[in-house]
Design a protein around this ligand. Sequence first.
Ligand code: UN1
Length: 511
Amino acid sequence: MTLPTLEPTLAQQTSSLLQTLGVPAHRISGGNLRARTPITGEVLAELPVTTRSAAEAAIERAHQAFFAWRTVPAPRRGELVRLLGEELRANLDPLGRLVTLEAGKILSEGRGEVQEMIDICVFAAGLSRGIGGLTLPSERPSHRMMETWHPLGVTGVISAFNFPVAVWAWNAALALVCGNTVVWKPSEKTPLTALAVQAIFERAAARLPDLPADLSTVLLGGGALGEAVVDHPRVALVSATGSTRMGRAVGPRLAARFARSILELGGNNAAIVTPTADLHLALRGIAFAAMGTAGQRCTTLRRLLVHDTVYDTLLPQLKRVYASVAIGDPRLPGTLVGPLIDRAAFDAMQGTLDRVRAAGAQVTGGERVLAKEHPEAFYVRPALVEIAFQTEDVQRETFAPILSVLRYTDLRDAIALHNDVPQGLSSAIFTNDLREAERFLSAEGSDCGIANVNIGTSGAEIGGAFGGEKETGGGRESGSDVWKSYMRRATNTINYGTELPLAQGVSFDID
Ligand code: UN1
């Protein structure tokens, strides 16, 4: 008699991944923070939350660690980040799988997220030998001016469920090489991936002798812990990713105590498809940007502005793709669209669809699928909304796969429509017309922090500055010269002469 081989449950798969990733058992049992998987809705683990007083003590320890860390030479700090990248590379597969289990992304996106972490470690390790300031001419003889960049202090990172590990890495890799210490409050929906990253970080740190302890700490819990980070006078900078609503709560509190902030909030990203666009290429770009990560990226394509002359060609093609896209278990190789994170996300999606229908839109898709197989999970067919004008719902970010499609006839009108939303994160134009592309990228074009030509709105590389304008919050993370936000700049004027001339020709002779 042969016994049927039982597939391990998702909780068992998770616990074996956590073991592989080196997460100590006591961190993942015996508490009341429930980690669930959106794949089935089942509970994966129940883990201890961090109390407010423990969080405050952790911030105090991070502050003490900062005093030691700021004096470690930057290239040596970069060595830690290089080793972190090495550990992440060695754990790309299990960590990517854990992201899939906990956040519901398809496997290649789970791995992609870990790849982003590795990439920023490479970038930051290089940067640790390139943090440099300007030397400037002084108007005074025998004087020199220069800028020096100094570590800032404790950096608080508040991250969202949809990029449960990469956002920490963009911030932590830069903060650490800049000489800051890090306190991380991940989304309470994704505590397990956070613990896995913490274990990986601790392994990297253990490879260097004589490092200060508490260089990066994770705090697990809900909004009250986020508030503890935001309000703590020792936290010099908070980098917060999430909704505009969250940003409205966080931004003013940080401003009130003159702390620095990097806010990466809602997006309502649009693409314009012009008459000369390569429609095949546009179709692929639109599909990934609008349906990838089940529409749960801040860079997700949410609005599509299509020129009248190509609308009736593109729309039927788009509808075919939407009708046939593979929705289901994100662990399966063919799946392109995994589950929404939870019931609240599903309800928000249905609410928006009901209202745009009532406003006269024609909605294709959007319905729940696989409800019989997974009564506690929320799989949906991505929705296309054909609508004549931008209603309040079109102008608002609904964190779900809804793509509103509008017609235009004049590029100026399309750009005006494009910018007529409160958010300003990412944008794209599909065109083969140089003039149209350049107009879109110009000062009178897209008003977003990211503007692309012939690629979609999502999937940015770490080398560029990442973030957006208006209600997106104005913050920038990741590449380019973003490191400057994690440091304080000192302007130094040095007099190597024997006279004391004053600037602006001022005289102040005391004898
Ligand atoms: C997010 O959704 O919070 O450009 C970040 C992208 C990713 C980052 C998304 N590199 O889509």
